[in-house]
Structures are given as C-alpha cells and as structure tokens.
Design a protein around this ligand. Structure first.
Ligand code: AMP
Length: 281
C-alpha cells in the first residue's frame, strides 16, 4: 500500500494506472474510519482494479463555530484498517498541499445546496464540492463511491459531476448502522452514554415514518409531526431539521406519491447527527 501526500505524485501514479488499462476506484473520506467507510472500500475493491482512499479533514467545509479542530484523527489506525481492506493507495495531503497560499477558486452547485443541511450550514457544500473536484483531479478515478448516509452530499456531487462533464461514475452505497440502529459516524465518539442513548431516536423516528407510510399515511405534515414528537420526548436532543423531499430534486413534498427522501439533522448535546431513509411506494 502506497501513501501519497502530494497532488503531483498522485496524478503521476493515476496516469500510470490509467495507461496500464486498470480502473481506479476512489473513496474520499475525512478518516477515523468505521464500518461505513469500510463498506465503501469493499464496493470499490469489488468493482475496480486499484482502490484509492483519501483521508483529508477539509477545513473549507467547516464553519468557524464547527468541530474542525476536535474532529477525530488517527492516521496510524486508519492506515492499518486500509491495509486490511487491501487499499492500494492512501492519498493523504496536507492543508498546504490542498490550499496553498494564493488559493482562490471554489466550485458551487446551486439550488440543491440551499435546503436541508444547506440551511444551517450555508458554506458547507461549497467546501465539499471544491475539495471533491480537487481530489478527483488528483486521483483521476473512473468510479467514486459515496455513502447514502450523507444523502444530500451524494446528490450534490452527482449533479456537479453531470454539470461539469466529469468523466466518472458515482456509486452511492447504503447506510451502515450499529446493531441498535445508530448510523455509523466518526462523530459518534463525541457522544456521552446518555446522548448516545438519546441519539437512537433519529433512527427510531425514521422507522416510525416508514411504518406510517407502510400503513397508508401519505401526508408529510402528519408524518413529520409524529417524528418531531418522538424526538422532542428525548432529553438533550435539539432538532435542526426534519424534511420529506423528492429524492432527486430535494423539493419539499406535501404528499408522498412514489419516492421520497426523509432526512433529518439533530443535535445530541453539541454533536450534530444526520440520518435519512429513502421511501419507495
Ligand atoms: P466522512 O469521512 O464522514 O466524510 O465520510 C466519507 C464517506 O463515507 C462519505 O461518502 C459518507 O457518506 C460515507 N459514510 C459515512 N458514514 C457512513 C455510514 N454509516 N454508512 C455508509 N457510508 C457512510
């Protein structure tokens, strides 16, 4: 397994792989790997010849008041896990490598970034699309694998790849959960035992919504109220948003017809957690 820290070296390596006719699969992450990340690496391993994992905590997707400084990092642990998963290359650039002095460019996807997480994190997706563009130009993947856990991110990235004619395929992989239903996240380590217990309400509220829809309810307002009531019963839980939207356009749905994305962001103590489910009737 190679560890590459510069864009130039990564590009040279990618060119050589492409010239040899091999397919590059890419999994971008912020590290502190868990089973969710591992599931993406396994998909890349199965579908491509050379698996590149990037580990980069991208400062431009964090607002000043957010958790950039305390975001968990453990490269040695990640390196071992990547090795176990037969990752071929870890791309592990520094901030100076990604945003050298004099850096001035951003990539912005309109509309899709203005709802859901974009409301309370107005610059977040611009950071994500900018860093993903830069990572794609460094790694030159044929295929990149993202997680459904960050549903809006996956939709925004797909739109960017389409709009900017980026010649690659985006695969979106299912959410991996702990046994009790909590969606895996590097941020779960911030949770106190009590917050961890209360955070189960995210998945439970999505299950409640799924059951209601299964039993014939179609009015988003009624489903959202029941979810809200369930979450608000819990201590130390503050809802950022809960919404039922079209899974491609992210437009709000008053009535569920065929497909819907139910997405929520909730603070458990100071930790912001997200979760979602896609409904198909
Ligand atoms: P992160 O390191 O949190 O930026 O995540 C890197 C990639 O892993 C993103 O595409 C996430 O959507 C994906 N991911 C994170 N958590 C999970 C999970 N529980 N299940 C599936 N994919 C995940």
């Amino acid at each position: 397994m190679k560890i590459i820290t510069t864009v130039k070296e990564m590009q040279t390596e990618a060119d050589q792989i492409r010239q040899s006719g091999r397919i590059i699969g890419f999994v971008p992450t912020m590290g502190y790997l868990h089973e969710g990340h591992i599931s993406l690496l396994r998909i890349a391993r199965k579908q491509t010849d050379v698996v590149v994992l990037s580990i980069y905590v991208n400062p431009t997707q964090f607002a000043p008041h957010e958790d950039l400084d305390r975001y968990p990092r453990d490269f040695e642990r990640d390196r071992k896990l990547a090795e176990q998963e037969s990752v071929d290359i870890i791309f592990y650039p520094s901030n100076k490598e990604m945003y050298p002095p004099g850096y001035h460019t951003t990539v912005h996807v309109e509309k899709l970034t203005e709802t859901l997480c974009g409301t309370s994190r107005p610059f977040h997706f611009q950071g994500v699309t900018t860093v993903c563009t830069k990572l794609f130009h460094a790694v030159k993947p044929h295929v990149a694998v993202f997680g459904q856990k960050d549903a809006q991110q996956a939709i925004v990235i797909r739109q960017m790849v389409k709009d900017l004619d980026m010649d690659m395929e985006i695969i979106v992989a299912p959410i991996i959960r702990e046994k009790d239903g909590l969606a895996m996240s590097s941020r779960n380590i911030y949770l106190s035992p009590e917050e961890r217990e209360n955070a189960l309400a995210l998945h439970r509220s999505l299950k409640i919504a799924e059951d209601m829809i299964h039993n014939g309810e179609r009015k988003s307002g009624i489903i959202l109220k029941t979810m809200r009531d369930h979450l608000e019963e819990k201590k130390h839980i503050r809802i950022d948003y809960i919404e039922i939207v079209h899974p491609e356009t992210l437009e709000s749905l008053d009535t569920i017809k065929k497909h819907a994305l139910i997405a929520l962001a909730v603070f458990a103590g100071k930790t912001r957690l997200i979760d979602n489910t896609i409904i198909t009737i």
